[in-house]
Write a new protein. Structure first.
Length: 358
């Protein structure tokens, strides 16, 4: 995926460019700065000293020396002073200038720390929002592998409002479902009626038949219900006719949905956090079977509603359920029409779930 959140020591990243949270003056600071200088060796400080002063919001470049990278991009993030001294604009400029510097040096990959969120006191949720916004905007028009490298998950809370809203949604769906699975409920008919409502759509589509239409009612006796498989097609049906009735596969459906948006392929696959090579494989192989995160990434990029998403990913053999925390979090973003895949990934990361797209 072009933009990935990873838990690692940034000094161990094997990339073309590593971004350092530098001081304005050529001295070795704390945290990321100290770690990078230690791994790179004393020549990094010598090269940094030749540059001299770097203003807040600006960047400068040196060789990477003993790091597993070609260059180090020294970015001087702002010190948080309550938000009244253009701190947000200066932090955004750090990201854009670092990305442009990497591009000008023909870098194919770059690793960022969360700039200014440590000793400079920048509020982590705001620092994360700015990082995601600026990196996302760059990747919409450029091809580069970008990593946001952190030590722990505690950084990844975009906002208290979003965090509590997602937690509430998980409580109302995933935890309730797990309670049914693991502990049972006092009235099994409550669960059975829930299952009936979930099956109603499948019944309407002919996947099941019922003895009587009364079983589609919300009030139904558990003991009375009997489901039958839907009648099969006559065995005398022509094979070619049967095959022609098969729904379009994932790849074909994806291309039709992209055409429906009127957007370029590149706009969609970049919004889906999918690289060009993977999209090319999908486009050129009608039988391509994506991973579930990849299928959902395209659903997010296409801004499908929940029903459309279920239909779309079903063509790759997947579904969203309330027995998976990953599924519930993705469903939350779809239901609330938040189609920013990088914000979604930050929340998934915080809950130790797989990211989109992989």
């Amino acid at each position: 995926m072009p933009f990935e959140i990873v838990r690692n020591d940034i000094t161990n990243m094997q990339v073309d460019a590593i971004v350092n949270t530098a001081n304005p003056k050529p001295i070795v600071g704390w945290g990321v700065d100290a770690g990078i200088h230690k791994k790179a060796g004393p020549k990094l400080l010598e090269a940094r000293s030749k540059i001299g002063l770097i203003r807040f919001g600006d960047v400068s470049i040196t060789p990477a020396f003993n790091l597993d990278a070609r260059i180090v991009i020294h970015a001087v993030g702002p010190i948080w002073q309550g938000g009244n001294f253009s701190e947000e604009a200066l932090l955004a400029r750090c990201y854009t200038r670092a990305l442009e510097a990497a591009k000008s040096h023909n870098c194919e990959s770059i690793a960022f720390p969360l700039i200014s969120a440590g000793n400079h006191g920048f509020p982590k949720p705001l620092a994360l929002q700015i990082a995601i916004r600026e990196i996302s905007a760059f990747l919409m028009n450029n091809d580069m592998q970008v990593y946001l490298v952190v030590f722990g998950q505690e950084t990844f809370r975009l906002s208290e409002k979003l965090f509590h809203s997602v937690e509430s949604y998980i409580d109302d769906n995933y935890i309730l479902d797990k309670t049914y699975d693991e502990y049972g409920v006092s009235d099994k008919c409550d669960v059975r009626n829930l299952e009936l409502r979930q099956l109603s759509r499948a019944m309407e589509e002919g996947e099941y038949a019922v003895r009587s239409s009364k079983y589609l009612s919300a009030e139904v006796s558990c003991d009375d219900m009997e489901l039958l498989p839907a009648p099969c097609a006559p065995i005398t049906a022509d094979l070619e006719e049967l095959l022609s009735g098969i729904d379009a596969g994932f790849s074909e459906t994806l291309l039709m949905l992209i055409d429906r948006t009127g957007k370029k392929d590149s706009e969609i696959y970049r919004k889906a956090n999918v690289d060009r090579k993977l999209f090319s494989k999908i486009r050129n192989n009608p039988d391509y079977k994506p991973t579930k995160p990849t299928a959902l990434s395209f659903a997010i990029a296409l801004e499908l509603n929940l029903d459309e998403t279920q239909d779309f990913i079903a063509r790759a053999g997947y579904t969203l359920t309330h027995s998976s925390k990953f599924d519930v979090i993705v469903e939350y973003f779809i239901v609330h029409e938040n189609y920013n895949i990088h914000e979604l990934n930050a929340v998934l990361f915080e809950h130790d779930q797989p990211l989109l797209c992989v």
